[in-house]
Write a protein that binds this ligand. Structure first.
Ligand SMILES: *Cc1c(COP(=O)(O)O)cnc(C)c1O
Length: 372
């Protein structure tokens, strides 16, 4: 009960404490082992997590890193994408997708998205210039991007394909896990479905040489204890975080399935009242990191939901090409009409694995009440 608003129920957008309660003992036991051993940097559990996550993703090599942003940045750097090069990404993503391109020393170039929030391969093709070296395709909301078209395009044009799978661990495209098509970049930020208790990330690849180069780049460019082959920062996943990720990885499929169930229920209940509700195409298995509807009266809907105890979010209100950080990239309002229109209408409903069916029904009923 929320006494101040008189709402019948409270539906929080996230519940990290609730997520950890049932697995607390398992997590603490895993952390205790690390404490007693003391191998905090690149310790035993980091290697174990790399093997476990490689098996999970169906990618031969995984390198555990400090964050998803580091995974993207080191992927680009290890592929030789840098000064004078361009990489194409989606303007509706989290800022990190474009930031990583800039951090690697290259220029972010944007291509508009489709109805399902993922990059439009035709728009990517039009954005290619003689400087283009890579495409950073984002599996936004946990839905796979159009991999058939993007893999084919990158092959035809000789471009590297990097997958920003930060929101999509476990998502599948034609039965194959995302992150295994190109160079897969994952984030374990606390708000992702597979999350560390702090920052974390990983890079997945089928290329052993690329994996080896990233292993060196994540550790100050040190080939071994005494030999530095190129200057770099440290971008390592902490052993403690790897230990608890090993525990949580066992639950990821269950959590993704619960989110998928919530999403399907929402889409059924919201039919006929919202302007857009997401749904899987037959060849997709989306994992619904976010469940993003569209409504013309988005802001008043969000307010009405807040009055009823429902916390909804906007991912993201300002497209990347219109951010102050992008002022030197030469973009202007109107450049990416689909992204800009969506930014005004999108609303992310609570969809986390701690919610019950009744919560989803309550949110859907509140939306009918607010919009009818
Ligand atoms: C979270 C996220 C990232 C960045 O991950 P960090 O681990 O926070 O660096 C990159 N891209 C997308 C789409 C994300 O959602």
């Amino acid at each position: 009960m929320n006494a101040s608003s008189g709402a019948a129920r409270r539906v929080p957008y996230v519940d990290l404490a609730g997520q950890h309660a049932p697995i607390k003992d398992e997590i603490l036991a895993a952390i205790e082992k690390v404490l007693l051993r003391g191998d905090f940097i690149l310790g035993e559990e980091v290697a174990t997590f790399e093997r476990n996550f490689a098996e999970y993703c169906g990618a031969p090599h995984v390198v555990a890193l400090r964050s998803g942003t580091d995974a993207l940045t080191l992927a680009l750097r290890a592929l030789g994408v840098g000064a004078g090069d361009e990489a194409i990404t989606a303007p509706n993503s989290f800022v990190a997708s474009a930031a990583a391109i800039a951090l690697a020393g290259a220029r972010p170039v944007f291509a508009d998205v489709r109805d399902d929030y993922n990059i439009d391969p035709d728009a990517v093709e039009k954005a290619i210039t003689p400087h283009t070296k890579a495409v950073v395709a984002v599996h936004l909301t946990g839905r796979p991007a159009d991999m058939d078209a993007l893999v084919d395009l990158c092959r035809r044009k000789g471009l590297h394909l990097i997958e920003d799978a930060a929101q999509a661990a476990g998502a599948e495209y034609r039965g194959r896990k995302v992150g295994s098509f190109g160079v897969g970049c994952f984030s374990f930020h606390p708000l992702k479905t597979l999350s560390a208790c702090g920052d974390g990330g990983a890079l997945a690849t089928s290329d052993p040489r690329l994996a080896e180069r990233v292993r060196v780049l994540r550790n100050l460019g040190l080939r071994d204890r005494d030999h530095c082959v190129e200057f770099a920062a440290h971008s390592r996943l902490d052993t403690v975080q790897a230990a608890l990720l090993n525990v949580k990885l066992k639950y990821l499929d269950t959590w993704n399935d619960i989110r998928r169930g919530h999403a399907q229920l929402y889409t059924r209940l919201l039919h006929g009242i919202v302007d857009y509700a997401p749904a899987d195409k037959p060849h997709e298995k989306a994992v619904y990191h976010t469940y993003v509807i569209r409504a013309k009266r988005r802001d008043s809907l969000r307010g009405a939901l807040a009055d009823r105890g429902v916390d909804a979010k906007v991912h993201y209100p300002i497209p990347i090409h219109l951010q102050e950080a992008a002022k030197d990239l030469g973009c202007k309002p109107g450049d990416f009409p689909q992204t800009e229109r969506q930014a005004k209408e999108i609303l992310s409903l609570p969809v986390h694995q701690g919610l019950a069916r009744e919560d989803i029904e309550y949110v859907a009923a509140a939306i009918w009440e607010a919009l009818s």
